[in-house]
Design a protein around this ligand. Structure first.
Ligand code: UD1
Ligand code: CA
Length: 476
């Protein structure tokens, strides 16, 4: 059971707290994933505040039941709302919190083992932390846990206690709901606190155990943006460490931002300030230079991504290179050994093996064959104001610089488009297409008009008087 109905007031957000993301995945995904690794008989999430938004985000996950808690009257009340679901069940209930995302499955397994071997009615996960502010404190009598006091209800002596409640519990299902129903709301927040179960169980002589985690970072609760950032940092650090251990070079792990689900092959070198996001995969032996941002894209082996490329929803095949300052988006597919250079935007386009577009181009809605050369400043004019049209450039074609290809249009195999050509009609294979008129030179035009200042008059300041003379004679 995962509790996720609370308002998350301290986030100061219109977005439900558990949907805030940590290293590219919503907080609650981490909790669901850890829970999933235990292969539970069933999984339920209690939602309440912005229930529809959270439920929509969870939709389509197999084996997940969503229970709505209304109103949100505290963590004990949240558990009670699931009585219809589990009231008759036996076995162990593992209760997790949607805002405690860093718990590992290993820790949860140990918790359950501990709970079962101690034959406890309840086991509370605790941690000893440097700064216990905000957490419920564990009050012991002797070795035994006696009760839990919430931060807001604690005396100043109790606030000094550094052992805190992680908000994670294992419960014996039998008899659980009967007792939870008796939890009152007489406290600073007027809520039904689940931690109060400890005192009730102890009064009835039931066995309550604690399970103290070795690494307190695992049970960090996220209540504010500051805590969210701190958790993200930990997740990213762990991700980066795992990458380095698997053979990836990170020149500066502190400024390398890799989302949880990204994979990177061995011997890839990642320079500082690189962002690898979403469902990105990077092959082996690649080099990703500083400032690159790669989102939901598949990069093959031995690919070079030069500085400051932005690559989204695209694929780059083995041995290709892109950038610096290339923009690939919406299903750009760069073929093996192809090169996309600086200030080139590629959208919804396939670029074939060994083809090149090295400078200042827009290539959209196009199919580019193999061994094609696309000159500087080439533009596929894919949009007529109403619809998008396709450009096809067949293998071996050469597109001269500063050409426009007005789609729909095809440049045939091995065809040659002269520099500065506007292509409105298909170019047959092997043909040369030119559209510019014949060049005219008008001799002495500059001297005659004196309208323009000749190039030679510009430049160093010692030419300023000459420049002024020319300007004033042009004015007169
Ligand atoms: C809770 C614990 C505290 C513990 C801390 C650990 C209580 C009363 N206190 O405090 O002892 O140290 O977690 O992180 O349980 N929720 C609901 N319905 C509600 C209220 C809350 O589903 O009516 C959910 C929240 O969405 C959240 C979880 O329960 O996922 C914990 O609630 P929160 O308000 O964050 O409790 P804390 O003050 O952090
Ligand atoms: Ca919390």
């Amino acid at each position: 059971m995962i509790l996720a109905a609370g308002k998350g007031t301290r986030m100061k957000s219109s977005r439900p707290k558990v949907l805030h993301s940590i290293a590219g995945a919503p907080m609650i995904d981490y909790v669901l994933e850890a829970a999933g690794r235990l292969h539970p008989r069933s999984t339920a999430v209690v939602v309440g505040h912005q229930a529809e938004v959270v439920a929509a985000a969870l939709a389509g996950r197999p084996g997940l039941t969503v229970v709505v808690q209304e109103p949100q009257a505290g963590t004990a009340h949240a558990l009670l709302t699931t009585q219809g679901l589990l009231g008759q069940a036996t076995g162990v209930l593992l209760l997790l919190s949607g805002d405690v995302p860093l718990l590992s499955a290993t820790t949860l397994k140990s918790l359950i083992e501990h709970h079962l071997s101690a034959n406890a009615a309840a086991t509370v996960v605790t941690a000893v932390v440097e700064d216990p502010r905000g957490y419920g404190r564990i009050i012991r009598s002797g070795e035994q846990i006696a009760h839990i006091v919430e931060d807001k209800d604690a005396s100043s002596a109790e606030r000094g206690i550094q052992e805190i409640n992680a908000g994670i519990y294992a419960f014996r299902l039998q008899g659980l709901y009967e007792t939870v129903r008796n939890i009152s709301a007489q406290n600073a927040q007027g809520e039904h606190y689940l931690p109060d179960l400890v005192a009730l169980y102890r009064k009835r002589g039931l066995r309550v155990e604690t399970f103290t985690v070795a690494n307190p970072d695992e049970i960090r609760g996220i209540n504010s943006r500051v805590e969210l950032a701190a958790a993200s940092r930990l997740v990213r650090l762990a991700k980066n460490t795992a990458l380095m251990e698997s053979g990836v070079t990170l020149e500066d792990p502190a400024t390398t931002y890799v989302d949880r689900d990204v994979t990177v092959g061995a011997d890839t070198v990642i320079h500082p300030c690189v962002f690898l996001e979403g469902r990105t995969t990077i092959g082996a032996g690649c080099e990703i230079h500083s400032g690159a941002r790669i989102v939901n894209s598949q990069i093959g082996d031995r690919v070079t991504v030069y500085n400051h490329c932005v690559i989204e929803d695209s694929a780059i095949a083995n041995d290709a290179s892109v950038g610096p300052f290339a923009r690939l988006r919406k299903d750009a597919r760069i073929g093996p050994h192809a090169k996309v250079g600086n200030f080139v935007e590629v959208k919804k386009t396939t670029i074939g093996t060994k083809s090149k577009a090295m400078h200042l181009s827009y290539i959209g809605d196009a199919i580019v064959g193999e061994g094609v050369n696309i000159g500087a400043g080439t533009i596929t004019c894919n949009y007529d104001g109403t619809a998008k049209h396709q450009t096809t450039i067949e293998s071996g074609a050469f597109i001269g610089s500063d050409s426009q290809l007005i789609a729909p249009v095809t440049v045939g195999k091995d065809a040659y488009v002269g520099t500065g050509t506007t292509i409105r009609e298909d170019v047959p294979p092997g043909a040369l297409a030119v559209s510019a008129g014949k060049q005219r030179n008008i001799e002495g035009w500059v001297e005659k008009t004196r309208f323009l200042t000749p190039n030679w008059a510009w430049g160093p300041s010692e030419r300023a008087p000459e420049r002024e003379r020319l300007r004033s004679s042009a004015r007169s």
